[in-house]
Design a protein around this ligand. Structure first.
Ligand SMILES: Cc1cc2nc3c(=O)[nH]c(=O)nc-3n(C[C@H](O)[C@H](O)[C@H](O)COP(=O)(O)OP(=O)(O)OC[C@H]3O[C@@H](n4cnc5c(N)ncnc54)[C@H](O)[C@@H]3O)c2cc1C
Length: 604
């Protein structure tokens, strides 16, 4: 290559940038409004009373899970069956829309008729995310306040015009990405008397350009993860942000919730991937110059106030993100350890060694058992082989089925990088008595998390209520936090005389030099409990209390929304509370962005 052919000489941005086509035709119609996910996927009980995985979208599609219900009955010590159901009453009663006539007329001048809707079911869907409270409410209760109108801007000029109209007519605006948050972030304040408009950013869903020299892309905020992934891949790139909700969550939502992807070890958390973004403020103007420089020292960085702003600060319309070439090699792996303590020691040593794979997740014994129960039983030779393997692991190598844990691994990079990481990791695993359990198990374990949200909705119909929550904690606190949270939930459960046994399990999902993220699942059998969702929230709050007492953070990546607001006083000083209050007043004195997430006002 002559010097002039070097990419650095492609100085004309317009000439070198790739302008991708539009994203795949909107698949919103393929999604369900009443539960998580695609219409063609999910779980159901078949005529034989076994759980069946529906659809062909996921690797497990078509599997018959004969061991699942018996396992569930044992673990929950409860009579869960396929026949005994609590049929949902979706849709619930939906409150009438509040109409501000002058504003509605103004909106008619900004948006074409098909880009605005007051359809009750759509309004309802835009007024919640995916917490157990929200999902229980839409199935068996109601949501007292939902947006009055939904609009789909297709460009930034429409967003600006909308904000100006909202200012003029005193209307409340709530940005909406994919509606996947698990913090009640989209729940409308019940006491909001103004008209509430949900701005569904999925109307702004294009990749505006890809710069193959700088390895950056400019992407509209409403682009959904699965489309970003497939479109960038067509040009040999990836963003590397892969939350478990990647199929449905959006770039704007990731920024607004301060998200973290499962491959953050290699590609970084969202704040490391996003270089710059455009935010429309309450004044209806753009926050600052939009240049995407790799780092700047230009005073306090206003962008840091927007990561995690959860709809309080303005509307993110697009972002410049870092790109990575698609990895030449992607290999899954898995390792078994004799117990969770040993597995955690392995994770610590791996983090210390400084070169972990893109994703490494350690699941505790209960979650390991769940992953086994979610496998269809083997047939023929495969059955024999599987029995022999089980015998080897449990009888000859001494792994106790009620203690053993598993680590799933995803390696990405060049062949050389992956080989180096594998050698390092399996060496450390060996020192901890770990046993390699293969790529197939690793891939299944990694993909399992995509099914969990479907399972949660399915089991709610069978009297099981479930939810997840997460924290980050220094390494020295990882085991204490796991133990104390499990114990606290068990104690609270027993004290209330609740039925059967609670299901409480954790995994270590992201590793850092100084600590880790821990992710909990909690569930219980709720038949016979009058207000299961409230009881669940009480226990989840107790778990959060225990996390904070044990030194964990209030959230690693889900955010605050409204669910964690009552705990803010425990992590914020009076100065910070005043600072936040002053900040909100200064940037949005009319509280146009009135979603009320972790806003000081909503805590009074
Ligand atoms: C099954 C499942 C798996 C999940 N896995 C992960 C995970 O691995 N990692 C992780 O970090 N999170 C995860 N989450 C949580 C959730 O997906 C994230 O919080 C995600 O970032 C939310 O994005 P969204 O587009 O759905 O935002 P929404 O839920 O639509 O909105 C969330 C908040 O952001 C605001 N907002 C949205 N878009 C904009 C915008 N353009 N401008 C300004 N504000 C905006 C909204 O007003 C709201 O307050 C998971 C959730 C589920 C249900």
């Amino acid at each position: 290559m002559s010097a002039a052919q070097h990419p650095l000489y492609a100085r004309d941005a317009a000439a070198r940038r790739i302008i991708p086509g539009p994203p795949p035709a909107s698949t919103v119609e393929d999604e369900r409004l009443d539960v998580w996910g695609f219409k063609d996927s999910g779980f159901q009980v078949n005529d034989e009373g076994n759980v069946e995985v529906l659809g062909k979208r996921y690797a497990a599609g078509g599997d018959i899970l004969t061991e699942l219900l018996p396992w569930v009955r044992g673990v929950f010590d409860s009579p869960v069956t396929g026949e005994d159901q609590n049929p949902p009453h979706y849709p619930p009663a939906i409150p009438d829309a509040v109409v501000n006539a002058a504003f509605t007329a103004a909106v008619g001048n900004i948006f074409a008729a098909e880009k605005r809707s007051d359809d009750p079911e759509l309004r309802l869907r835009h007024g919640h995310g995916h917490t157990q409270e929200e999902m229980y409410a839409i199935k068996y209760g109601r949501i007292p306040r939902v947006p009055d109108l939904v609009v789909w801007p297709t460009d930034e000029a429409q967003v600006i015009a909308l904000v100006k109209a909202a200012q003029e007519h005193n209307v409340c605006l709530i940005p909406y990405g994919g509606g996947t948050n698990v913090t009640n972030a989209l729940i409308c304040p019940e006491n909001e008397t103004r008209m509430i408009v949900s701005i569904d950013m999925q109307g702004m869903n294009k990749i505006l350009w890809i710069d193959p020299v700088d390895h950056t892309a400019c992407i509209e905020a409403g682009a959904i993860g699965r489309n970003i992934t497939s479109q960038l891949a067509e040009h040999g790139f990836m963003m590397g942000h892969e939350p478990d909700s990647v199929e449905f969550s959006t770039l704007g939502g990731w920024i607004a919730t301060h998200a973290s992807g499962m491959k953050k070890n290699r590609y970084g958390n969202i704040e490391q991937i996003v270089q710059d973004f455009r935010l429309i403020t309450a004044e209806g103007s753009v926050l600052e110059r939009f240049d995407g420089n790799p780092r700047e020292s230009t005073g306090a960085d206003p962008r840091r106030w927007v990561f995690g702003s959860e709809g309080n600060a303005g509307i993110i319309t697009s972002a410049i993100v870092k790109l990575f070439p698609l990895p030449a090699v992607q290999r899954y792996g898995s390792v078994l350890f004799k117990d969770f303590e040993i597995g955690t020691q392995f994770m610590y040593d791996l983090a210390r060694a400084g070169n972990p794979p893109a994703s490494v997740r350690l699941v505790d014994n209960l979650q390991f058992q769940l992953s086994m129960a979610l496998k269809p039983p083997k047939q023929g030779m495969a059955k024999l082989k599987s029995s022999a393997e089980k015998l080897l692991v449990t009888k000859l190598l001494g792994y106790d089925p009620n203690k053993m844990v598993a680590c799933t691994l995803v390696f990405e990079g060049t062949e050389e990088e992956v080989s180096i990481q594998e050698k390092l990791l399996y060496g450390i695993a060996k020192r901890h008595g770990g046993m390699k359990a293969g790529g197939e198990n690793g891939e299944r374990g990694y993909q399992l998390t995509f099914a969990i949200a479907y399972i949660r909705d399915f089991i709610m119909n069978h009297w099981l209520i479930a939810e997840s929550f997460e924290t980050s904690v220094p390494w020295s606190g990882v085991l204490p936090v796991c133990e104390r949270v499990k114990q606290r939930i068990q104690d609270e459960y027993t004290a209330r005389g609740l039925p059967g046994k609670p299901f409480i399990t954790c995994r270590v999902t992201q590793v850092y030099d100084t600590g880790a993220c821990i992710y909990f699942y909690f569930a219980f059998y709720y038949k016979g409990i009058d207000n299961p969702s409230e009881v669940f929230s009480e226990l989840e709050h107790a778990a959060r209390d225990e996390i904070l007492k044990a030194g964990g953070s209030l959230s690693h990546h889900h955010g605050i929304g409204k669910i964690r607001t009552p705990f803010l006083r425990r992590i914020q000083s009076v100065s910070l509370i005043n600072w936040n209050r002053g900040f909100k007043k200064a940037i949005d004195p009319g509280n146009i962005f009135g979603v009320g997430n972790h806003a000081p006002e909503s805590r009074e």
